[in-house]
Ligand binder design. Structure first.
Ligand code: SAH
Length: 265
């Protein structure tokens, strides 16, 4: 299947999350704006339309690196997206990264890739690199949207869930096919990857596919837990109560600006 984008409005932005809660009001906004055309491919629904004025293809990857890579590949090849943005939650691993903070990935790495001694630990065999960069302009625009969201809605959020006002961090996001849920596991990650701010299960797989096809990408993650023994309960309540509010607030600001000044047009 190759679904052509509407050339009159330009190539769409791929917007991706793992779980429905992480999309916030995106699909409802798309339905209200100009209608949605839904295409099913590889057991996923791809929703094509306009959100806050920006042409988008919105979909759910489901969980893990293979799911994320397959979905990113379909967005590139079947939907001809101009760029990919991932929105979701993650475990905080940086010492100053707290529940309710937001992390925008500048670089991404697969923390469970280890083909040593054949290749250095974390390096993707035959690709010659371990780290993948987010697109600088997209990451900067996302971080700007996060800052404005927190300035405008952070007090309400901190009153509902978080004692300190939320902060925006930028740096290394690490991905693997594990839900990290023990102080010991976080300690082991910190020991080998001291710069890591957040751990999740999809971002670096998307970044690898986007690198291989020269498609710009960016990842924004709200911290739902601190990847310790409380992670599963904290993750579940954050996902139900707040993940949607963060994605809604961040993407509204990001997409409104993107519609005014999309990449390459
Ligand atoms: N469908 C299940 C499992 C979700 S797995 C459920 O809803 O309960 C956790 C998801 O949140 C993944 O998509 C991952 O990217 C992110 N995540 C949040 N906290 C994480 C952590 N501590 N370790 C790894 N991934 C985490």
């Amino acid at each position: 299947m190759n679904v052509p984008s509407d050339t009159a409005v330009g190539r769409p932005l791929g917007v991706l999350a793992a779980l429905p809660e992480e999309l916030g009001d995106l699909l409802a906004t798309m339905r209200a704006e100009a209608g949605v055309a839904t295409h099913t491919l590889g057991r996923r629904d791809y929703h094509v339309g306009t959100v806050h004025g920006a042409p988008c293809v919105v979909t759910l990857a489901r969980v893990g690196k293979v799911a994320a890579a397959a979905t990113a590949s379909a967005l590139i090849h079947a939907f001809d997206v101009d760029a990919i943005v991932f929105t979701g939650v993650a475990g905080g691993v940086g010492p100053d990264v707290h529940i309710g903070d937001v992390v925008v990935g500048d670089t991404l790495l697969q923390h469970d890739m280890n083909a040593s001694p054949l290749f250095p630990c974390f390096e993707i065999p035959l690709l010659g690199r371990a780290q993948f960069d987010a697109d600088r302009a997209l990451a900067a625009a996302l971080a700007d949207a996060c800052e404005r969201f927190i300035a405008e809605e952070g007090t309400m959020l901190s009153m509902r869930f978080h004692t300190a006002p939320p902060r925006v961090h930028r740096g290394l996001v690490i991905s693997g096919d594990q839900f990290v849920a023990s102080a010991q596991a976080v300690g082991a990650l910190r020991a080998v990857l001291p710069d890591a701010l957040a751990v999740e299960m999809e971002g670096a797989a998307i970044a690898q596919v986007c690198h291989e096809y020269d498609v710009p990408c960016a990842v924004v993650r709200t911290i739902s837990d601190t990847a310790d023994e409380h992670a599963s309960t904290s993750f579940a309540s954050f996902l139900n109560e707040l993940a949607g509010a963060y994605s809604t607030g961040i993407l509204k600001r990001f997409l409104t600006d993107y519609a005014r000044a999309p990449r390459g047009r």
